[in-house]
Design a binder for this molecule. Sequence first.
Ligand SMILES: Cc1cc2nc3c(=O)[nH]c(=O)nc-3n(C[C@H](O)[C@H](O)[C@H](O)COP(=O)(O)O)c2cc1C
Length: 388
Amino acid sequence: MADNISESGFDLNQVDRLLTTTRAVRKRLDFERWVSDELLFECIDLAEQAPTGGNDASRRWMVVRDQDIKNKLGELYAEVGTLFVDARGRLDGTGHEKEKVVSSSAYLVENFAQAPALVMCAVWGIHDNSGKPGLFDSAIPSAWSFNLALRSRGLGTAYATMLNEKRDEVAELLGIPEGITTLVCFPVAYTKGHDFSPVPRRSASEITYFDQWGFTRQKPSEDGTARIVDGQGIVVEIDTDARPRKVWEVASDITTPIEFSDELKAVRWITEGETTTGSIFEGTNSIAGRNDWTTQCTVTAWKERQTFEWRTTDIEEPGSIWRFDIAEQGAGSRLRFSMLIGENNNRSSAMATADPNQEQNVINARRQVHKANMQRTIEGIKSKVDSP
Ligand SMILES: Cc1cc2nc3c(=O)[nH]c(=O)nc-3n(C[C@H](O)[C@H](O)[C@H](O)COP(=O)(O)O)c2cc1C
């Protein structure tokens, strides 16, 4: 791989590999290989370079080596973790999206005490829910640095927090005084092989908002302002108690937004039969009670219980792209409703680009209107699916 040295002198190939491949390691922990105290000190020293609120030296680390104590911690961990062992029984062989992580977590539940070292990160202080950054929050950055330091040296771990549900028992077992919070207990071992890979995550452009909550841009802006050419969008999201199947029924019904948007007046299917990618419907908008425009919409993604996307006007040069995404969230769902303003075939982009000095203001004013309508729509969907 060619050198990729940053302005500050770092080899970005190496840095990025470390940042993108430090995974939760469980089944590939090598419990047979000894880990030295020296190496643990080294990784803790590195982790202690992390920021700390008030520059206060309040973090404490505990390394558990004694097999009896490890066994007791393992039993406590297993009391909380039985849910993973039970879930593994249900999911194994089903191809469920959580099958792998559940199987891996259950393995750790059964083998927690086998790690050559259990390393706990703790901090002086009790979380007071004051909303202010507390000492408590200082432990998290260093705990992650510890993970990275381990990975860089051929070791691995999982960010195991389930013992937090057994804080009193853990404190008693390890002689931890009152006023100390333990946050994470890392099962540390060398890894079997070092070929860990990045995993799919949402892209920055989907989850980064500029200047207003929910205002997205598809491409980086040249000068930091919102420009039509960069793909300006909006996202609103809501959690429901209802399962994806029920949310899908309402979100995939094209008439739903009429009830909640003060701009959409009517919709009707043009194509007949079952909806698929390529199906066409028509939407009519009204402003102040009069018909304003009618536009054709083409379905460009249709995945039951997950995704419904449509493009207005032209598929290649859409005036806008609208999309519902539904994902399981705990026992319910998270509904995401997003839209993107196209470069052409819509009035806002024509108005926005007419005067570059006003471009951002025009786009943002339009986005505030869309955002309000979209917010009402997802709240309306929630009230429909969550009502008994
Ligand atoms: C706050 C937090 C708590 C976690 N608690 C546990 C835990 O108790 N047990 C465990 O095996 N993994 C735990 N994990 C690891 C996650 O399960 C893991 O990061 C996730 O499955 C994604 O895998 P990846 O990190 O390899 O991408 C935790 C991670 C975080 C950030």
